[in-house]
Design a protein around this ligand. Structure first.
Ligand code: KG4
Ligand code: ZN
Length: 349
């Protein structure tokens, strides 16, 4: 069985073809994964402009799907299903993918599978590494989300905690903006941090101990918060009246990154212990971060919990992970009907 995946939730238009392998330990193989990035368009504005994003998705979607099929040496009749990101994300962007997938499914008489974007990020771990030892605690950390999930069985995702305010990737992007480093901020700060002193500036870490009134079902002590950290960086920058030297910027980047990475890793391992995890994983755009990857492997080795990461191309938004999550759902017997709609605030259950 072969599936076409489509992802247009934010500023990447992506299509991918993924095969089922028949191997229970490593169930899926990527045949193609084409990503048209809109970064150069949004960079001018310092962040994603939703209306520009949906218009660009419209321009790119047909060509991206054709290339994904071509690179995979696949024709429409070779496919067994089409998977598409239903949400969460920018509604105008999601609509382009959902409408395209519905039209393609109707025209080629293929079943349609609706995928949650974060299920895609979680399954990117399996796509790259094979099935994880379960139960697994997975941190999904991107520009829009910072959430911990417990995966007890393949395809079941239980939310353990999430950020109360900014996502970690959003904090990276905002701090980069403050430092005049452009968009997206994660990769630049990651690079500059290498030449900075990560203890140069004292920045606060937030530890939440109380339950969130908006989510009383979560205990709350595994929640994240990054807005105070962002404000502390802003205050530090404002206090430096003479402006910042290159070394100052590198020091801020390194200090900021140390605090973010330790907050992420600490909560992940507290959760792993609490839920007696047989493995841990980190996925989503921020999982491309070099310090986060290194500290994860280091902590995992010391605690003897196997740790998993996606490859770099599978870390940031891509359709191969959507195809993989779609195959998982299709095999569980779940398909979508032709009245499927995009859902900007879709929850993962
Ligand atoms: O998963 P993703 O591609 O899109 C969302 O679903 O949000 O994640 C994008 C986010 C951006 O905030 C970007 O700055 C961040 O991932 N990012 C990084 C790195 N590469 C991308 N953050 C830290 N270090 C990186 N190397
Ligand atoms: Zn994402």
């Amino acid at each position: 069985m072969r599936i076409l995946g489509i992802e247009t939730s934010c500023d990447e238009t992506s299509a991918a073809v993924v095969d089922e392998t028949g191997d229970a330990a490593k169930p899926w193989a990527v045949r193609s994964n084409v990503i048209a990035s809109q970064v150069p368009i949004h960079r001018e504005w310092g962040g994603v402009v939703p209306e520009l994003a949906s218009r660009q998705h419209l321009r790119d979607i047909c060509g991206v799907v054709e290339r994904a099929l071509g690179e995979a040496e696949t024709r429409w009749p070779d496919l067994g299903a089409i998977a598409v990101t239903q949400g969460p994300g920018l509604v105008g962007s999601l609509l382009v993918g959902v409408s395209f997938a519905k039209a393609a499914a109707a025209a080629s008489r293929l079943p349609l599978v609706a995928v949650h974007h974060l299920a895609g990020h979680i399954e990117s771990l399996v796509l790259h590494n094979g099935e994880l030892p379960l139960p697994s605690v997975v941190l999904v950390v991107s520009g829009g989300h910072t959430s911990l999930y417990l995966v007890e069985r393949p395809g079941s995702y239980q939310l353990l905690s999430r950020t109360r305010d900014d996502a970690a990737g959003e904090a990276y992007d905002q701090v980069a903006k403050l430092l005049g480093l452009g968009y997206p901020g994660g990769p630049v700060i990651d690079r500059l941090a290498n030449s900075g002193n990560d203890r140069a500036i004292a920045l606060p870490t937030t530890r939440l101990t109380h339950a969130d009134r908006n989510a009383p079902e979560l205990k709350g002590d595994l929640d994240f918060s990054f807005s105070g950290l962002k404000t502390a960086v802003a205050r530090h920058v404002r206090a430096r009246e003479g402006g910042l030297t290159e070394q100052d910027i590198a020091d801020i980047a390194a200090s900021f990154q140390r605090v973010v990475v330790s907050a992420l890793i600490d909560r992940l391992f507290v959760a792993a212990r609490r839920y007696q995890a047989a493995s841990v994983g980190i996925s989503g755009g921020v999982s491309a971060n070099s310090r986060l990857r290194a500290e994860l492997m280091d902590r995992a080795a010391r605690r003897e919990v196997p740790a998993f990461l996606p490859s770099l191309p599978l870390s940031t938004d891509n359709a191969a992970m959507i195809a993989a999550a779609g195959l998982r759902k299709f095999r569980a017997g779940v398909t979508a009907s032709m009245d499927l709609n995009a859902d900007a605030a879709l929850t993962l259950v």
